[in-house]
Design a protein around this ligand. Structure first.
Ligand code: ADP
Ligand code: MG
Ligand code: ZN
Length: 621
């Protein structure tokens, strides 16, 4: 891939350094010459007696002098006894007209242009100064000229262009999104054999919209389409269209489509199109709104303007299809929408496999186990896990990545890195152990809770300890009982603290926050509140303006409903807290023996937990 302005930055810099060096060298030379101590002769000449010129000529002829020195119109003569006399000559008098050029005469006659040299030396700094100023001005002008040419290219698209041979991504690099790949296979076929479709009178789709959470592989898929079809790939992010000035986006769009048409067949990929493709109209957010609207209009116009023969397909990606302008989704524009889900178990296994290919991994890795532990993670997360595992392996000086590295990487990515350096006091450690075991026991005893996986009292991120439940794979809906069990489990930590230590700590603040949010959602979003709330959705989401900030929820219900919601939340949390306390009190003895082991080992797997909690038997729900 090449960016639009390939400027080797070092060249200019080197030139600049070279001139700086030359300048400094000259300056030193000048200073040295100017401050050079006057020579011996100068002292001699300073108090030389003045004589008529003819006397010097006479002395020359008598060979009285060792040396005659001519400096401009001044003439100095040095005698054998090292005294000097001086005189003046006419400007036009030369050594020969004065007759001082007798080859038999041993007197040295020297013509020195010291004055002139000195003059040069005197004005040298001025010259240098001038040169410096002129150079500086030139440099400035060049900068201005360059920035002007930048302004001129404002309207040019910033698209990165990868030509057909540069796109190395293929469908095999994208794992586990079989349906999306099937749909895109068709697009590849359109690009490769357009005639087949045109002959039958079928319209080739112009736009494909990839919809999916961040990191699910949308960008990767778009590249793979280009790679499979062997066509150039123009990629640009929606936000890159938008600049400070209104109209720039639109002209960039024009430029991009012109370039693309020249390179047809090809793919234009607009990443994060929601940056420009949001619902038009509505409350403005400064001038940026207008600009987006114009840019979007231009995209639509360009797509409408494709003739049937122009084989350019626009692929756009977004994770916010809900905010897209409906005009974008009209037939003839992005009429094909491909949804990319978060990968399921099988897909996660395949993605891990793909990303283990370019790493040195042990041959008996159990990727299935890792896939099971990563419910809800995206392809990007899994790639990150593979990479972290390789880093672990390198740090542990292994030849290849083993299962333990992967397991640690999962924990690091999902919960945060271990903070072994954070030293807890014995008391804090004990409270943490009981708190986490409280979560574990209550969660274990609640039938709808996610299965327990691991307990740890090693600090990670901001958490002092972690009780890890593995979410169930294929659950797309949640029943009320599960919500209640979740709340109960969250409050289990606090319940254990209260029962064991008779006091409560701030360690449970996050649990309480989450439990409250679940209860509030039950009442406001899922119609699971009390009878007098009914199956009604409360609170209205305000459209987001920018940057995917969570929409503010405005109150569209009465004061009395607000009271009902609050009392539902309060009652739910209270009763679940009591339920949690009941469970802990019943299992108090086991809690103590579990805490003893956990404090010693710091982490505890499900097997170790069950060994103490249910004996050798396994859990039967
Ligand atoms: P998006 O554009 O949806 O936010 P990307 O396509 O940029 O996500 O994905 C980020 C990275 O995650 C990719 O470069 C790739 O390495 C990895 N990745 C995501 N999904 C997959 C997948 N299905 N198969 C293989 N790798 C994937
Ligand atoms: Mg992307
Ligand atoms: Zn907790």
């Amino acid at each position: 891939m090449a960016t639009a302005t390939p400027q080797p930055p070092s060249k200019n810099r080197n030139q600049w350094l070279l001139s700086l060096f030359l300048f400094v060298a000259l300056l030193f030379g000048a200073i040295y010459t100017i401050t050079n101590p006057k020579r011996e002769e100068d002292k001699l000449f300073a108090n030389a007696a003045e004589v008529p010129l003819s006397q010097i000529t006479k002395g020359y002829n008598k060979e009285q002098f060792t040396k005659i020195l001519v400096k401009d119109n001044k003439v100095f003569a040095i005698s054998q006894d090292n005294t000097a006399i001086q005189s003046y000559k006419e400007t036009l008098d030369s050594v020969s007209t004065l007759g001082w050029n007798n080859p038999e005469n041993p007197t040295i006659v020297e013509i020195e242009n010291r004055e002139a040299t000195n003059l040069l030396m005197a004005i040298l700094p001025d010259i240098l100064f001038l040169v410096l100023i002129i150079g500086g001005l030139l440099w400035l002008f060049r900068g201005i000229a360059r920035s002007q040419s930048n302004a001129m290219s404002f309207g040019k698209s910033r698209a990165r262009i990868a030509d057909a041979t540069q796109v190395k991504t293929r469908f095999k690099d994208v794992a586990g999104v079989e349906e999306a790949k099937e749909d895109l296979e068709e697009v590849v076929d359109f690009l490769k054999f357009p005639k087949k479709y045109i002959n039958l009178g079928a319209k080739i789709p112009k736009g494909v919209l990839l919809v999916g959470a961040p990191g699910t592989g949308k960008t990767l898929l778009a590249r793979a389409v280009a790679g499979e079809a062997g066509v150039p790939f123009f990629s640009i992010a929606g936000s890159e269209f938008v600049e400070m000035f209104v109209g720039v986006g639109a002209s960039r769009v024009r430029d991009l489509f012109t370039k693309a048409k020249r390179n047809a067949p090809c793919i234009i990929f607009i990443d994060e199109i929601d940056a420009v493709g949001r619902q038009r109209g509505g409350a403005g957010f400064g001038g940026g709104h207008d600009e987006r609207e114009q840019t979007l209009n231009q995209i639509l116009t360009e797509m409408d303007g494709f003739e049937q023969e122009t084989n350019v397909i626009v692929i756009a990606a977004t994770n916010r299809p809900d905010v897209l302008d409906r005009a974008l989704l009209r037939p003839g524009r992005f009429d094909r929408r491909i949804f990319i889900d978060r990968p399921d178990l099988e897909a996660r296994k395949k993605i891990l496999k793909v990303h283990s290919k370019n790493k040195k991994v042990s041959s008996n890795l159990n990727l299935e186990q890792i896939a099971k532990q990563t419910v809800g993670l995206t392809g990007a997360d899994l790639e990150n896990i593979m990479n972290e595992a390789a880093i672990f392996a390198a740090r542990r000086k292994r030849k290849n990545v083993v299962q333990q590295d992967l397991v640690d990487a999962v924990e690091k990515v999902t919960i945060g890195p271990e903070k072994k350096s954070r030293k807890l006091t014995e008391k804090e450690k004990k409270i943490t152990a009981y708190h986490e075991l409280g979560h574990a026991i209550v969660g274990y005893q609640c039938p709808e809770s996610d299965p327990l996986h691991k307990i740890s009292i090693v600090s990670r991120g901001t958490a002092l300890g972690v009780t890890w439940f593995l979410p169930n794979e294929d659950q797309y809906t949640t029943c009320k009982a599960k919500f209640l069990d979740e709340i109960c489990g969250l409050l289990g930590g606090r319940a254990a603290e209260e029962i064991v230590f008779g006091e409560i700590t701030t360690g449970a603040s996050n649990d309480i926050e989450r439990a409250s949010q679940i209860a509030r959602d039950m009442a406001m979003r899922f119609g699971m509140g009390d009878d007098n709330l009914g199956p009604v959705s409360y609170g209205e989401k305000q459209g987001t303006m920018f940057l995917g900030v969570d929409p503010a929820v405005s109150r569209n219900f009465s004061e009395s409903i607000a009271k009902e919601i609050d009392s539902f939340v309060l009652n739910t949390l209270r009763s679940e807290y009591n339920r949690a306390k009941g469970i802990i009190e019943k299992e108090r003895k086991k809690l103590d023996s579990l805490a003893e082991v956990l404090l010693k080992k710091e982490t505890m797997s499900l097997e170790e937990f069950e060994k103490i909690f249910v004996g050798e038997k396994t859990r039967n729900k």
